[in-house]
Design a binder for this molecule. Sequence first.
Ligand code: NAD
Length: 471
Amino acid sequence: MVKICCIGAGYVGGPTMAVIALKCPDIEVTVVDISTQRINGWNSEHLPIYEPGLEEVVKECRGRNLFFSTDVEKHVAQADIIFVSVNTPTKTHGLGAGKAADLTYWESAARMIADVSKSDKIVVEKSTVPVKTAEAIERILTHSRKGINFTILSNPEFLAEGTAMKDLFNPDRVLIGGRETPEGQKAIETLRDVYANWVPMERIICTNLWSAELSKLAANAFLAQRISSVNAMSALCEATGADVSEVSHSVGTDSRIGPKFLNASVGFGGSCFQKDILNLVYICECNGLPEVANYWKQVIKVNDYQKSRFVNRVVSSMFNTVSSKKIAILGFAFKKDTGDTRETPAIDVCKGLLGDRARLSIYDPQVTEEQIMKDLSMRKFDKDHPAHLQPPSPTSIKQVSVVWDAYEAVKDAHGVCIMTEWDEFKKLDYQKVYDSMQKPSFVFDGRNVVDVDMLRKIGFIVYSIGKPLDP
Ligand code: NAD
């Protein structure tokens, strides 16, 4: 039986391996992680991440040919194919700080693989890494361990959180990059055979290593660029009376452009877009291409501008101050159908409003109070807390509350900010919302999910991104 081990049981490692286990019953798949909490979660009834359809697959495969373990070394040693799906965040210090990818976790995984391996291995880059990382990994593996063949493949993951299972079951493409040597080509075939269990051959693209590594960064940069392009247009729409939905529709019907990913919003978030573009910027700079770097930098600048524009709009609409006013924040995750809050625009918006002394009442169906408080850099005040642990300042505590119901969040609020496009926010009884709020009642729709005309008829003052302002 072929054995696969995946290092990193996160948003990518967990779902991808669950799908491989489901589709390849003859392969034993073990997902390992240094985080006991994560592994305990995967082995429990409450999975550590939320993805529609994930729980069913894990339940079906777990204990059959899908295992989760903290015994990293044992399973790495036994595996034929090792996927490395560890986090690759932006470096926070030293050379390239704020831009370059931090490959600490990758390097330590590679050194561990070299230390414990007793047989030849295919090592697969699943994490998003800078182009040429495979060269560095090869050097670590081959120098640390003589006599064992390590063949490196790049197999970047294109799933999107919230639709991960759908994306994995029916991917637009699977990309596998390898060396143009006989070993490299053989390894590509081995991995292609795994995916061929459910992915049509014509959707499996095989390239050289560097093309595969760079394609992942390029894909995320293109996606983020589309969002920044439409968001830049949304600002112009507001200034001129054009409607961004109409502009997007008109532009997107051009078959060369296409209609997807053209929704204006408060900005993109998530763990990948910003970090991957920063990484691309750094790679361009290192390769003596400052103008190309500047081009991509602009995508992030527009995203930041969109978030601050939103905060300014909230404050200016509410008579230039939100001090002591209650504002309901509906949604905190960076998109619907996930509990992930990494780089969510809600953090910047909340911080901006708190900076103007607003009181926030936050509701998200999938994000815990603990996570929200952590993201806003505030610990929840708990009167049973051990005395030696400092509670956050009383002012901060009074300013933020996290509630478990949208109607509770909006009660007595002066304004509502929709930060995540959860379906339930489209279906709220807005008359009930209006009746329970302070007057005048404002809605600031950061995801363009509400029916603006209907809300205006009820009596709300509505701001929707890129739409004509309330008369
Ligand atoms: P994550 O933070 O959710 O998971 C990474 C896991 O790796 C963590 O649980 C961590 O404990 C574990 N880990 C780190 N070092 C380890 C080690 N030495 N041994 C064992 N476990 C270790 O990250 P993620 O969102 O799953 O992303 C993983 C990679 O995939 C990143 O490079 C990311 O850019 C890329 N990616 C993410 C997405 C996404 O939507 N989240 C999509 C495509 C690609």
